[in-house]
Design a protein around this ligand. Structure first.
Ligand SMILES: [Zn+2]
Length: 95
């Protein structure tokens, strides 16, 4: 299955590596750009990223909300982007 192969090749959350230098297992294959049911986008593995549950629920959720409001760029939605790293550090401090 594509998802399992992706996790095998990308076993660690890219956000945790980038922001905390912490190897955390991939729990979610995140779609960088929200696919909203678009199957072409859904299966485009170029736009998949390895994420832990925490990054998916907190950092990515906030970035997607900003993106939907036109306040973030697609490049910001990568969990290892400068913006995502900044947000990760901020949210981690808040617990
Ligand atoms: Zn993470």
């Amino acid at each position: 299955m594509a998802r399992d192969q992706f996790i095998k090749r990308n076993p660690l959350c890219i956000g945790c590596l980038a922001a905390f230098n912490d190897p955390v297992p991939t729990e979610v294959v995140d779609h960088v750009e929200p696919h909203k049911g678009d199957t072409a986008k859904f299966w485009n593995s170029e736009l998949w990223q390895a994420s832990c549950d925490w990054h998916h629920k907190t950092v990515k959720a906030q970035l997607e909300a900003l993106y939907a409001q036109g306040r973030a760029k697609l490049a910001d939605l990568w969990l290892n982007s400068p913006r995502a790293i900044k947000l990760s550090l901020l949210l981690k401090r808040q617990g």
